[in-house]
Write a protein that binds this ligand. Structure first.
Ligand code: TGC
Ligand code: FAD
Length: 391
């Protein structure tokens, strides 16, 4: 059962949004209400990503909002991108994931590090959803420590030869292209665009997930894949290229997680007003009010963090460490909100009749991918102390 959605705005942050932000938000919110909410529980129960969402996400402008118009993007700012992510994750973290990967992990690197030919070949089709992309950084043996990756390519004169494997890759089986990070013969990390159908490239799906069930996850396996030389991203060398993509995706997640939290809060509030025990609405009990008050306070603080981060990113002043803090804080906030909200619904909270349990399980992935909660604590720790816990 879906209650009417009235997201909280306790400190009137709407006043800080432009008309353009509000128009975009309204379009995405309507799409989520119309197309996602009615089908998402069944899709998650069946472990299925509704493939047609890609085209529809393209139609509503959810892909590449900050990519310039000449490449098929919308040329909007980072707050617009954040607002879109919030609305999508209200529907499901898996839908936001699809858009995060397409925008921040595929379109962003092609735009920022690609050749003009690569930009023109891929970006317009990625923007419409006609083409689907994925991003391969994590490997079976290297997750938090991508710098130790084993995937390698060799220069064979007229092409590169790619070998290795990536794991836990969102959209892997349905992707037309993969932005893959691999080391060259000198051990320097480079980005390559690998296309579906290249001999030796396979993408088996990962089943049996209890989280992000309405999202495709899989592997990327490269066995002597001949990659044309023009598929190398020419304008970046080193792990920092991949990490710059993560900055963009983590930024979007900092906003997105608020959407999941707001949906949980909205559901818990309305349920608590309706559900009676001891002849009174459970919303009248002090312990339930404490939960709701704390959730609303948490959401409000996360909204401010995201908004300020958006302003800094628009001014090109947001540091990777600030983005990391916002991702960590807002995802943990959303997970805590989901857990508390689920309790307010009692037994009903564990059913698929309400969205909370699905959000809660999804957020277990969100707190893990794009850097685990603990890795982000250590990124802040290194920034504070000047001492890296990683090396
Ligand atoms: P470290 O030595 O610190 O850095 C290597 C080079 O990169 C630079 N750098 C950054 N540059 C830009 N942005 C950042 N965030 C950066 N962090 C570091 C750094 O200055 C250095 O540059 P240079 O020029 O000196 O070479 O690297 P390290 O090996 O110690 O790594 C540590 C750490 C923690 C930073 C990093 O490896 C990390 O963040 N680990 C977490 C891995 C991760 O987040 N993986 C995400 C995979 S993608 C994903 O999960 C998609 S989910 C998709 C969905 O939404 O569905
Ligand atoms: P590990 O690195 O093995 O970490 C295990 C535990 O050890 C964690 O708790 C971690 O915090 C802790 N740990 C590790 N190092 C340290 C340390 N130095 N100090 C203290 N604790 C430490 N990756 C992609 O490249 N592309 C994708 O599209 C993508 N999509 C994903 C989708 C899903 C659903 C999931 C679950 C993951 C996805 N990932 C993707 C992978 C994700 O980024 C990794 O799972 C994540 O970075 C953590 O790596 P790991 O799972 O190997 O954990």
């Amino acid at each position: 059962m879906a209650y009417p959605y009235t997201p909280p705005d306790y400190f009137l942050l709407d006043d800080l949004l432009t008309d353009e932000h509000k128009i975009v938000r309204s379009a995405i919110r309507d799409w989520v209400t119309r197309s996602v909410i009615p089908v998402i529980d069944e899709a998650a129960q069946k472990h299925h990503f509704p493939r047609h969402f890609f085209k529809e996400l393209g139609d509503i402008g959810a892909f590449g909002p900050f990519i310039p118009v000449e490449y098929g993007g919308a040329g909007m700012d980072y707050i617009a991108y954040g607002v879109i992510m919030t609305e999508l994750e209200r529907g499901d973290s898996g839908i936001r994931s699809a858009a995060s990967v397409q925008t921040s992990l595929v379109m962003y690197p092609i735009h920022a590090f690609g050749s003009e030919e690569q930009r023109r070949k891929y970006l317009p089709k990625l923007a419409t959803g006609e083409m689907i992309g994925c991003f391969g950084l994590t490997e079976p043996n290297h997750g938090s420590d991508p710098g130790s990756m084993e995937t390698r390519f060799k220069d064979m004169g007229d092409h590169y030869l790619l070998n290795g494997a990536k794991m836990w890759i969102t959209n892997s089986t349905i992707a037309d292209i993969a932005v893959v990070w691999a080391k060259d013969e000198q051990g320097v990390v480079r980005g390559l665009i690998v296309e579906k159908g290249m001999p030796g490239f396979t993408a088996p799906e990962t089943f049996n997930k209890w989280s992000l069930r309405a999202s495709v996850t899989g592997e990327l396996v490269f066995e002597d894949v001949k990659v044309p030389k023009e598929n190398l991203l020419p304008n970046i060398k080193g792990l920092k290229g991949a990490l710059m993509c993560l900055n963009s995706a983590r930024y979007g997640i900092a906003w997105g997680a608020i959407g999941a939290a707001m949906d949980c809060y909205n559901t818990a509030l309305l349920y608590s007003l309706e559900r009676k025990q001891f002849h009174k609405p459970i919303a009248s009990f002090q312990l339930q009010q404490k939960k709701l008050a704390e959730i609303l306070t948490d959401i409000t603080k996360a909204q401010f963090l995201a908004w300020r981060l958006g302003v800094l990113r628009n001014e090109d002043r947001a540091t990777p460490q600030q983005i990391s803090m916002a991702k960590r804080n807002n995802v943990e906030m959303a997970l805590r909100t989901a857990r508390e909200s689920r309790q307010i619904l009692g037994a009903m909270g564990i059913t698929g009749d309400f969205p909370i349990m699905r959000h809660m399980m999804n957020l277990e992935s969100v707190i893990t991918y794009e850097g685990t909660h603990d890795v982000h604590l250590l990124i802040t720790g290194a920034d504070i102390t000047g001492i890296s816990a990683f090396s």
